[in-house]
Design a binder for this molecule. Structure first.
Ligand code: MN
Length: 481
């Protein structure tokens, strides 16, 4: 991408905005990195920094984020410092570059204690401006795309492991699925080259074998949706080799044993169109019982929205269908990055969005209470990596909790006081035991008593880090621990 192409790309989704800061960031970066080369032998700025900016432009991000992408290695690799950046580009862009630099210097493969401390620093940088992580993920994506140029195999392995264990899950938790899939597959390719190559061949072969069935299904689907007058476009589902590989590992299955379903996405204009399309699909094809999930009515915690259903096609093939609007599709693919698209002013706030990313801020806040590295790692694994369930209060407010959560977790998610005074819980109007595990859609009512209080055995039932750290704190204070 040349400077002119960059400006053109930005103008294509932001025609009215003055792009002079982007031009200045280009000139400044090109001059600062002049003469530096990458491991591939390419000029550093033109190859790497421009590629990072291009990934950010592909996500249609705002001008500050793209500028920070161009400048992200200035503090690390050139003679210029934060004061120089501040003078030329102001506080916001400078803070973003400082945040990215801080994260880049963190090592995640040392001792437990250091890893935890580094995670905390990273989350603090992210909490100050979430766009920092978007630049960092773009930086990591380009480094992974060009990982083969690093001559040290141990370093390649370390980078790929770190990407797989930390950056991909973070991208997933932020709802950035296209980034997550690419990071996973690039890591997989470098960590297990033989398995990767074999799986790619197997998937390609299977795709070819199923081409006829899929295209006849798509034809029929197009015909009936057109006839009913629903505006739509069809997309294929993106492949994620690493997730297939993980499924094989986890369930000890061969590739042939992995359920072999076709996938189609129906993208419509409005929510009403989604349900109309669903009605048409269910009345034209045989749905598989129990396969239907409505993530439009109840979105996932990472903002994902879509209707999922599975039907049987006349060839005997099973087809998984996802139905969503254009807007949902954009958010599903880009996650929190979708929020900064098409925005021109820095002051425009989106209350709905702020609520949605609240979990991140709240989660970071809860981490401040955790002192021991083991507790922190445990909470990362349960809160970030796990799937969510949705549980309702009797007043139909919804709480999202990690899978495996119990009534104590629910009580503490409402308020620390409610948790501390927990006496019992009713789920769907029946009293349940403390080890009850929620399913999405449960309605839970917590019963409190003033003379109740955290007991040692509560730690056996509470799963979320928030509940566990609060119980530990109360036990310590009461001398019970
Ligand atoms: Mn970089």
């Amino acid at each position: 991408m040349t400077k002119e192409e960059m400006l053109e790309k930005f103008k294509s989704y932001n025609p009215a905005q003055d792009a002079s800061v982007l031009e200045r960031a280009y000139d400044f970066g090109a001059k600062a990195h002049a003469g530096q080369l990458r491991a591939s032998g390419d000029p550093y700025f033109e190859n790497h920094c421009m590629a990072v900016a291009e990934i950010l432009l592909d996500h249609k991000l705002d001008i500050e984020t793209v500028s920070a992408g161009l400048l992200h290695d200035i503090l690390e690799d050139t003679k210029y410092n934060a004061a120089d950046l501040e003078k030329n580009f102001g506080t916001t862009i400078t803070h973003m570059v400082q945040g990215v630099t801080k994260i880049s210097n963190l090592k995640f493969t040392s001792s437990d204690e250091e890893t935890v401390e580094n995670w905390r620093k990273m989350l603090v940088a992210v909490a100050q401006d979430v766009r920092v992580i978007l630049v960092k993920l773009a930086d990591r994506t380009h480094n992974m795309r060009t990982l083969q140029f690093l001559s040290d195999p141990a370093l390649r392995k370390r980078k790929a492991t770190e990407t797989l264990n930390l950056y991909a899950p973070l991208a997933q938790r932020l709802g950035m699925f296209s980034v997550k899939n690419e990071l996973e597959d690039l890591s997989f390719k470098h960590l297990y080259p033989d398995e990767y190559k074999r799986l790619v061949e197997q998937v390609e072969k299977r795709t070819k074998d199923r081409e006829a069935a899929l295209s006849s299904f798509r034809e029929k689907l197009t015909e009936i949706l057109t006839k009913e007058g629903v505006p739509f476009r069809l997309l294929s589902r993106a492949k994620n080799y690493y997730s297939i590989y993980r499924k094989m590992q986890k369930q000890d299955l061969t590739f042939m044993q992995i359920q072999d379903s076709l996938g189609v996405r129906i993208i419509t204009q409005t929510v009403a169109d989604c349900y109309r399309a669903l009605g048409i699909v269910h009345s034209s094809f045989r749905p598989i019982a129990g396969s239907f999930t409505d993530y439009i009515a109840v979105p996932k915690a990472n903002m994902y929205q879509s209707i999922h259903t599975t039907v049987v096609w006349e060839t005997g093939d099973i087809v998984e269908i996802q139905i969503r609007t254009e807007e949902m599709h954009r958010i599903n693919e880009y996650g929190i990055a979708a929020h900064w698209r098409y925005k021109t002013g820095a002051n425009k706030s989106d209350k709905n969005f702020d609520e949605k990313i609240n979990w991140l801020r709240q989660w970071i806040e809860w981490q401040q209470d955790l002192t021991a590295p083991r507790e922190f790692l445990e909470s990362f694994n349960t809160d970030i990596a796990l799937q969510q369930v949705f549980v309702f209060t009797p007043r139909a407010e919804v709480k999202s909790l990690p899978e495996g959560s119990t009534p104590l977790d629910f009580a503490y998610s409402i308020h620390s006081d409610i948790g501390d005074k927990y006496w019992g819980a009713k789920v769907n109007n029946k009293m349940v035991r403390m080890d009850y595990v929620f399913k999405t859609g449960d309605i839970c009512e917590i019963i409190t008593r003033n003379n109740s209080g955290p007991k040692r055995d509560w730690l056996e039932f509470a799963k979320t880090s928030h509940a566990r750290s609060r119980i530990r704190k109360m036990l310590r204070e009461s001398g019970g621990a």
